[in-house]
Every structure is written in structure tokens, then in C-alpha cells.
Design a protein around this ligand. Structure first.
Ligand SMILES: Nc1ncnc2c1ncn2[C@@H]1O[C@H](COP(=O)(O)OP(=O)(O)OP(=O)(O)O)[C@@H](O)[C@H]1O
Length: 311
């Protein structure tokens, strides 16, 4: 659990982060969202002490971050940034193993962890571990960046616009991957974005920043249906309303008996995911699975009917 307690940062008399208090529960994704200059990155970087707060405190699992030297703290906290920051002259395996090596893990344990992470990110270890970053696509580089941040099994993973450089289709895939991996590993993630759609899609909780202040901290459905301020409403308003509502409804709510061709979607994915899958592959229905077993199907007609109802 991360407790952020009245944390403030003042740069040359200008308050970048203004007495922000919030808690991120263990095993959840919190997305900090706001416009440029709202203080998101500064807030994130105060969690691992890349920035020292002017006042206030952060506690991780009950312990003040001030109790640990910053460089030791940062070995326990994964950090992934836009553009991934991979070392260009190191292989994929060496990049992913960077922090475990600093922690003096035995060689075999490091290579086992590298292979485990590559597999988790759908990259065949034999094919990828000896490549260099320049020999990977943008999406693969981004996955290696996130794998590296997770390598030492950190308590907490901080991510600053990790998908900012990806095109929209790969971006949606990368977001789904992150969610799947986060669920599998039970990691606690705090992620910064300026994209409200990404925040709604990924966050268990969404924290909206405006002018250095935290203006709303709530589950995605509440942000969409009960925006606390005009600023939050405007940010939500930038998303297309019907799509936004569809992204809040799980497939299980409109699923019917029967089968459909093509790759199945999990029952807890959203109608928006099903709509994208239909449009992308030209299907009129998608199969739904639960715990890997067929559970039914969702049709384009049912999605349309739900969108017209205002979800
Ligand atoms: N090192 C610094 N020195 C002085 N001012 C800074 C410094 N870092 C950030 N600021 C200021 O603090 C405010 C918040 O910056 P921050 O980078 O946290 O915003 P942000 O919401 O992450 O923006 P963006 O999305 O553009 O990265 C801005 O007004 C910025 O100019």
C-alpha cells in the first residue's frame, strides 16, 4: 500500500504539487491523469524520491520512504518511462536483468527471471534474449522496458506515460497486456498519463490532477458519471460519450448463449473491447470465455442496443 500524505513540491516559489493526499491499495492500478503541467510527473517522482518533497511524506507498506536511502529505495520500486530508456548497447537479457544484477542475484536466477518475463510478455526467450534494442519494434522495446521495471519483483511499479510513443492500436494491446500481467503478478502500479481514455481503461482508481491539486480520486465509473469539477467533466467530455459508457460495461452483462468465430474475449472485458474486436476483424459477434472456457457470445446488435440505451 502506498500512502501519500499531504505531499507538496514548490519550485522557485511556484507550487507544482499542492498538499496531495491519497492511498493506493496493494495489487491495484492507480492512474494519475491531468493536463500538461498539472504536476503528475512531479507527484510520481516524489514516490521514489527522484524528487524530494518540500513537505509531506510517502509511506510504502507503512514505512516512510525517508527511512531508506534514495538509491536503495529505487531498487525496490520499478520505474518505467516513455521511450522505455533501454541501454542501446546491452542485449535484451542484460537490460531486463539490470536491477537483479545490482542486487547480486545469482546468474541462473537472473536468466530464469529474464526468460519468465519474456514469456509473460509473449516474446519467445530463444528468439529475443540476445537481441539489441535497435533490433526490436517499438512495441517490443516498450515491453522490454516494462519487463525490466518488473524484474526484481518490486513492491511498487511507477510508470510515466509508458505508452505515449505507441500508435493507438498497439497502445490498446500494450494496455491489455499490462493489465493481464499486473493481475498475474499482483503488482501495485501508479501510472501517469494525460489521456483520460487510458485512465478509464486501466485504472482501478483514477486520480485527476489540476493545477497541482488532486481534484478527484475515484473508481473510473464514478469519474465518468459523477465528475467532481468542471475540469474533470471537460476531460471526460473529450472522450466520445457512447464509447466511454461502453467501456464501463463488462461483456458478462449482455452475453447470450451460443458460439461465434474467432478469438474469444474474457467475460470481464468491456463492450468497448468487443466493439473494437468486431470492427477490427469484420465479425458480427465475438465469443466470450471465462477462466479459459467458452461462456457464450456477444453480438454487435446487442452492443448497439446497449449504446443506444445510454449503456
Ligand atoms: N525541475 C523543475 N524546476 C522548476 N519547475 C519545475 C521542475 N519540474 C517541474 N516544474 C514545474 O512544475 C509544474 C508541474 O510539472 P510536472 O512535470 O509535474 O507536470 P506534468 O503534469 O507531469 O506535465 P507533463 O504532462 O507536461 O509532463 C510545471 O509548471 C513545471 O514547469
Amino acid at each position: 500500500m502506498i500512502e501519500i500524505d499531504r505531499i507538496t513540491k514548490v519550485y522557485n516559489g511556484v507550487t507544482a504539487v499542492d498538499a496531495v493526499t491519497m492511498t493506493a491499495e496493494s495489487g491495484t492500478i492507480t492512474v494519475i491523469v491531468g493536463t500538461s503541467g498539472s504536476g503528475k510527473t512531479t507527484l510520481l517522482r516524489m514516490i521514489n524520491r527522484l524528487e524530494e518533497p518540500t513537505s509531506g511524506e510517502v509511506r510504502i507498506n507503512g514505512e516512510s520512504t525517508l527511512a531508506t536511502k534514495p538509491h536503495l529505495l529505487r531498487r525496490r520500486i520499478g520505474y518505467a518511462i516513455q521511450g522505455h530508456g533501454l541501454f542501446p548497447h546491452h542485449s535484451v537479457a542484460r537490460n531486463i536483468g539490470a536491477v537483479p544484477r545490482l542486487l547480486n542475484w545469482p546468474k541462473e536466477k537472473i536468466s530464469a527471471r529474464v526468460d519468465e518475463l519474456l514469456t509473460l510478455f509473449s516474446m519467445e526467450p530463444d528468439q529475443f534474449r540476445d537481441r539489441f534494442p535497435a533490433e526490436l519494434s517499438g512495441g517490443q522495446q516498450q515491453r522490454v522496458g516494462v519487463a525490466r521495471a518488473l524484474a526484481s519483483r518490486p513492491d511498487v511499479l511507477l510508470m510515466d506515460e509508458p505508452f505515449g510513443a505507441l500508435d493507438p492500436i498497439i497502445r490498446a494491446r500494450a494496455q491489455d497486456d499490462l493489465r493481464r500481467i499486473q493481475r498475474a503478478l499482483g503488482s501495485t502500479i501508479v501510472l501517469v498519463t494525460h489521456d483520460m481514455e487510458e485512465a478509464i481503461r486501466l485504472g482501478d482508481m483514477v486520480a485527476v490532477m489540476d493545477g497541482g491539486q488532486l481534484v478527484q480520486h475515484a473508481p473510473p465509473a464514478e469519474i465518468v458519471t459523477k465528475p467532481a469539477t468542471g475540469f474533470v467533466a471537460d476531460m471526460v467530455g473529450d472522450m466520445e460519450r457512447p464509447l466511454r459508457l461502453l467501456s464501463l460495461v463488462p461483456l458478462s452483462e449482455v452475453m447470450e448463449d451460443g458460439d461465434a468465430p474467432g478469438e474469444a474475449l474474457p467475460a470481464d472485458s468491456s463492450l468497448r473491447d468487443a466493439l473494437s474486436a468486431c470492427l477490427w476483424t469484420g465479425r458480427t459477434a465475438v465469443p466470450v470465455e471465462r477462466d479459459g472456457l467458452p461462456a457464450g457470445r456477444v453480438t454487435l446488435d446487442a452492443i448497439r442496443a446497449r449504446a443506444e440505451l445510454g449503456a
